[in-house]
Design a protein around this ligand. Sequence first.
Ligand SMILES: [Fe+2]
Length: 382
Amino acid sequence: MLFDLYLPGRVLFGPGSTYRLGEEARRYGNKVLLVTGRRSLKESGNFERVTMPFVTAKLEFALYDRVPPEPTLEAVEELRRYLREEKCDVVVAVGGGSVLDTVKAATGLFYEEGTVKEYFYGREITKPKFPWIAVPTTAGSGSEATTIAVLKDPEVPKKQSLRHPFWLPDVAVVDPILTMSLPRELTARAGLDALTHAVEAYTCRFTNPFSDAVSREAVRLIVQNIYTAYTVPRNRDAREKMMQGSFLAGMAIQSAGVGAVHALAHVLGARYDLPHGLACGMLLPHVMAFNLPLVEDKYAQLAVTAGIVPPATPAPQAAERFVGYVRLLTTKLGLPTRLREVGVKEEDLPSIAEEALTASSMARNPRRASREDLLNLLREAF
Ligand SMILES: [Fe+2]
């Protein structure tokens, strides 16, 4: 068996770990560029949590709070321009997957001469990245543990990942306290993205002992805590376990990859601005049902690990129960379950299937899917 591992070099995990941001940033110099989304961190109280350590460490910092909810090529280009002019020593990205991915690509292409668009469409990346620190505020994308930035070219529209082995953050500060104020709907969507990562990484075609171990544990943590984190947002233990789960799931997809859910979710995200976690949550049970004949034992293992069925349950029954659990989950989390409810048009389904067929993550799905298979799957989800 051959496999490559790209793991974050330095991870500070735990409630309150944000207070160490100052000492970490100081290793790179005196000036920090703090990058956030447009929704102010101030409402959640996280702005003080993140900036106090800079003040304590006597660091100068500039704020860039213009990352859009959906990271476009233009958003990366604009941040890269700003970063070049601002002359800081390190970037600290605080936010969900969109903020982390935007910063990852902007720092990754900092020293490159071409446009962001050129690299998105295949130009080779040869230069090292600019230093950055990842501080996730959602338990979802796992971007702090990956070399992947999912970006969108709205002109096509097309959504795909841009990645490079250099692109992991220099430090990941993973503090579940930052997720405590996350609204319920965002908690649910992010959690479904993380669950999809864990399930797809555990069952895809290129698993390895490392991805097996971390994705299985990620499924357990997420299944056992997602509903509590949603219903009792201030439950610290559930928030911490969700953060552990999304971080492990991030490492798992970095190591093994994803599958058909992500292939389809990216097409839907590009065309309809559908939030990524919601698209994943709606598609996951249908893709799982399609993959079931090839990965029954794996679903059964996950069902036992997560405590959905007792250990002695026969594999076919255990696997079915796991798919059933996932099918009910999106409803329990108060989210729409049908593509038609979120603006997807029935006449678009054939071209969505066509486009997803050639996505790179499709090649990693455990069961080969034809155009017809994907179309049937989309119809079931419609
Ligand atoms: Fe995802």
